[in-house]
Design a protein around this ligand. Structure first.
Ligand SMILES: NC(=O)C1=CN([C@@H]2O[C@H](COP(=O)(O)OP(=O)(O)OC[C@H]3O[C@@H](n4cnc5c(N)ncnc54)[C@H](OP(=O)(O)O)[C@@H]3O)[C@@H](O)[C@H]2O)C=CC1
Ligand SMILES: O=C(O)[C@@H]1CCC=N1
Length: 269
């Protein structure tokens, strides 16, 4: 890619994308400019990745693609800073803000092509999952740029914007649910007598192996569960406890609650 790339908000997700884009040489550090409020983060990002860090309004006129990675709660403030320079130059704006809709983006950045995206933190290691929805002004070239960008950090799917809150509840927030699962499995191993390091190794590899098995064989998850549960055996004893504790209902409710929260974040202003 030869376009200059700007990131507004160099926090967890801004850095997750930045680190992978640099390590995979999708962009040279000299092609990336970051706008970040925290002085500590500014120094850290400049030293760690060799990128330029500057004020938000200076970035806009220098880049062809602008990634918004600030929190939804500060969107209105940051949008007010960016609106005027964005009216003079029209880079593609890609927002990863939970809840903030294409119509909100298009209202504050009229005439600018915008794309709403929802990536997730495994993007850091190249196995992210990103959904994208295109705004009215975004054309094929813009879509191609977004697809190239997020393909560099994992898989990409295009969805109608009406599904974006659900995407956020599942794959956007999902790494936290899976991290809780791994931690709890490890705790269970420790409770059953395993040393912590071995318990965590077993938990991680079991989750990883199960995911790979399901992906490679395209087996339905219920079939894999049936294959593991021997009649009168250990697994059905464990599964019965999970059902008693409401494990599946809990996960379904978690995804729905996160989707509802995404909707709420988008209706703040
Ligand atoms: N974390 C995740 O897994 C995912 C997050 N997202 C979305 O990404 C966005 C960022 O989330 P996340 O990275 O977790 O949040 P962070 O708080 O880690 O990152 C946001 C960064 O923006 C900085 N910031 C605040 N105000 C400004 C400003 N005016 N100009 C420039 N930078 C500013 C913050 O500094 P300070 O801390 O000093 O305020 C912070 O470093 C959110 O909209 C979220 O919905 C999407 C997918 C996954
Ligand atoms: O928790 C959040 O609001 C963000 C959006 C998806 C993941 N993290």
């Amino acid at each position: 890619m030869s376009v200059k790339f700007g990131i507004i908000g160099g926090g967890v997700m801004g850095e997750a994308l930045l680190s992978r884009l640099v390590s995979q040489k999708i962009y040279q550090p000299t092609e990336i400019i970051v706008g970040e409020k925290s002085p500590e983060r500014r120094n850290y990002l400049a030293h760690q990745y060799g990128v330029s860090v500057t004020d938000n309004n200076q970035i806009v006129t220098q880049v062809s693609v602008l990634l918004l990675a600030i929190k939804p709660q500060v969107f209105t403030t940051v949008a007010a800073e960016l609106a005027s320079p964005l009216a003079k130059s029209t880079p593609l704006v890609i927002s990863i803000l939970a809840g903030v809709s294409l119509s909100q983006l298009e209202k504050v950045f009229p005439q600018v092509p915008v794309i709403r995206a929802m990536p997730n933190t495994p993007a850091t290691v190249g196995v992210g999952m990103t959904a994208i929805s295109l705004g009215a002004q975004a054309g094929d070239r813009d879509k191609q740029i977004a697809q190239q960008l997020f393909t560099a950090v994992g898989e990409v799917v295009e969805v109608p914007e009406t599904l974006m809150d659900a995407v956020t509840g599942l794959s956007g927030s999902g790494p936290a649910y899976v991290a809780l699962l791994v931690e709890a499995l490890s705790d269970g191993g420790v409770a059953a007598g395993l040393p912590r390091a071995i318990a965590t190794q077993l938990a991680l590899q079991t989750v990883r192996g199960t995911v790979q098995l399901l992906q490679e064989t395209q087996m339905h998850p219920a079939e894999l569960k049936d294959r593991v549960t021997s009649p009168g055996g250990t697994t059905i004893a464990g599964v019965a406890e999970l059902e008693r504790a409401g494990f599946r209902a809990g996960l379904i409710a978690a995804v729905k609650a996160a989707a509802v929260r995404s909707q709420e974040l988008g209706t703040r202003d």
